[in-house]
Design a protein around this ligand. Sequence first.
Ligand SMILES: [Zn+2]
Length: 107
Amino acid sequence: MTIKDAIYQLEDLIKDRESFCQRDDFDDIFLQDIEACKMGIKALKKISSVGKWKAENTRPKSPVFVCSLCGKKAYDRPYGSAKHMMNKKNCKLKYCPNCGARMEGME
Ligand SMILES: [Zn+2]
């Protein structure tokens, strides 16, 4: 089963649980099932999303990279450090520090 299949199954489960909510013996437990499925879908989408870095050359000696998914900036070195972790054309951060997405190379 792929992540895409799992998301489809969870969406189907949500529809199933929602149909229970129309019944006379309605129970809060169905709403909790729906909430759990929604959280699962969100987590699966997050771990399966892959972003790319885009270089932004506003600081010539210390390149800034922009995440293609969240649009937020990441820097090439920790604040206060003089050591560059990457060059202008290649961001080595494997995960976006802002949205947590897995990153695969440059755009
Ligand atoms: Zn991001």
